[in-house]
Design a protein around this ligand. Structure first.
Ligand SMILES: [Zn+2]
Length: 219
């Protein structure tokens, strides 16, 4: 049975760039890189790896699939955005697409969604081997704070010929802080992000050491 959409979905206008995307039975536009099951039903918690690769290669938006502009945006937890080893796994986005996602995407906007996410198998590309990146399908320590960051240069990390992660050039040109689908004040957001980084540091350090022991760390 289809889950009911959050009430918000009808109240957030779909940006022009996303209007050509197909819409699912609940009213959600389906991002270009969302994987579909054999009946064509989109699984919003998982990305199609071949599409993800193509979007990176062609410098296209991870939501609408359109060509990116010079200033591009990523959405992630404080670790992805602010930690020295922070990286993003998803292709960059247009500002309008990123803002829509952070307001409407259940994995970003609704903390209680975690229950159904945990049933979903992690994707083949993990997070810990290439640095710190938040991926709702892999990490259990889900941040309640999301950052939208804007940058004009990026570095891609590869595994063979496949893109594993993206590291934006810092300092960011712009940062927005979001919680539960609502943008919060910058000073409040900065304090909350710092607190999260402090709390997570021990976890990440342990993970980094484990990866080093396994000889797979590339950060
Ligand atoms: Zn877009």
């Amino acid at each position: 049975m289809a889950e009911k959409p959050p009430r918000k979905v009808q109240h957030v206008p779909i940006p022009e760039r996303m209007r050509s995307l197909p819409v699912d039975t609940r009213g959600y536009p389906v991002p270009v890189n969302v994987i579909r099951d054999r009946n064509g039903k989109p699984n919003f918690a998982a990305n199609d790896e071949s599409v993800r690769q193509r979007l990176f290669t062609e410098d296209r938006c991870g939501i609408c699939g359109g060509k990116l502009l010079r200033g591009r945006w990523s959405v992630g937890g404080p670790g992805s955005a602010l930690h020295p080893d922070g990286v993003f796994l998803d292709p960059p986005m247009h500002y309008e697409c990123a803002r829509y996602a952070v307001q409407v995407c259940p994995y970003l906007a609704m903390p209680s969604y975690g229950k159904s996410v945990s049933k979903i198998q992690p994707m083949s590309y993990g997070t810990s081997k290439t640095g710190i990146a938040y991926n709702p399908t892999v990490f259990s320590t889900r941040p309640d704070l999301f950052l939208l960051v804007m940058y004009v240069a990026q570095k891609l990390s590869y595994e063979g010929t496949a893109v594993r992660s993206l590291k934006p050039k810092r300092p960011f040109r712009s940062i927005e802080y979001w919680r539960d689908g609502v943008q919060i004040d910058e000073s409040e957001g900065r304090v909350a992000a710092e607190r999260y980084l402090l709390e997570q540091d021990a976890v990440w350090e342990a993970e980094r050491k484990r990866n080093l022991r396994q000889g797979s760390a590339t950060i």
